[in-house]
Write a protein that binds this ligand. Structure first.
Ligand code: MF3
Ligand code: CO
Ligand code: CO
Length: 254
């Protein structure tokens, strides 16, 4: 069942979402060759706690850390560890905060050290795919419009879209209805309504879309070992369009 949010609830959600976005701004200068993903986890954890919030991933269905960190061929749900980042790696940091009874969820890619050209093209495509999907979000549009836009752009450039994970409604619960697929057909699926709040979080693979889950039961990786990238925003459907709750003007560029 879809939990439509009132204007007052969207006001409250804005705070949690903004904090999640601020974590990504805070952490950027620390994403450098030699840093461990545990260190990034701890910095994010402390920042979230010091702002009176809770990191939603911690203990969520047994997840052991406060953020997800997914490097190179890791698609999502990577667990922070003693792994040291290396020059040329690409990493997604996925931040979810719980504040005043509501969750906010956002993630972005970082190039570690110098960006490889091949990776820049993949990362920019994923960012563009999310942005073009967001532009369509308004009452009367369809979930299929979102999926189709992302799928068309990714496949046009020779990439593929991960099917096993999707965006989701978000609010008092971390994951609510509806499921927001990143593939689809224009005009199909659920019609959007004012008060819906959900994430769009496309995972785009350099090669094949296939994945497997590692023995840690969380980390999803590509089966072909090629890179996977992801960006995520939380957005609210308004009367005449939408508001990206995890975007901070002038500070976030996606
Ligand atoms: N933040 C992820 C999402 O975008 C979910 C992470 S679940 C966790 O939906 F348990 F791995 F944290
Ligand atoms: Co997320
Ligand atoms: Co999400």
């Amino acid at each position: 069942m879809i939990q439509l949010k009132t204007d007052d609830e969207v006001d409250i959600m804005r705070e949690s979402a903004k904090l999640a976005a601020e974590v990504l701004v805070m952490i950027e200068p620390f994403v450098q060759p030699g840093v461990t993903t545990n260190r990034l986890n701890d910095l994010c954890h402390d920042f979230i706690i010091s702002h009176g919030a809770i990191p939603s991933p911690l203990n969520y269905r047994g997840f052991p850390k406060s953020i997800c960190s997914s490097v190179n061929e890791e698609i999502c749900h990577g667990i922070p560890s003693d792994r040291k980042l290396r020059n040329g790696d690409v990493i997604n940091l996925d931040i979810t905060t719980y504040l005043n009874g509501f969750h906010g969820d956002t993630s972005r890619m970082f190039h570690v050290g110098s960006a490889r050209k091949k990776m820049s093209r993949l990362v920019e495509t994923c960012k563009e795919a999310l942005q073009s999907a967001i532009k369509l979000v308004r009452p009367g549009a369809f979930l299929g419009d979102i999926g189709a836009t992302i799928q068309n752009l990714a496949e046009e450039r020779g990439y593929s879209v991960v099917r096993e994970f999707c965006g989701h409604g978000i609010g008092r619960a971390f994951h609510e209805d509806p499921q927001v697929l990143h593939v689809g057909t224009f005009g199909e699926g659920l019609e959007l309504r004012k008060g819906m709040v959900f994430t769009i979080e496309p995972m785009i693979n350099e090669g094949k879309p296939d994945l497997k889950i590692l023995a840690d039961k969380w980390t999803a990786v590509t089966t072909d070992g090629l890179a996977s990238v992801q960006f995520e925003h939380t957005l609210a459907v308004l009367e005449n369009g939408c508001e990206v709750l995890t975007r901070i003007d002038g500070l976030t560029d996606f």
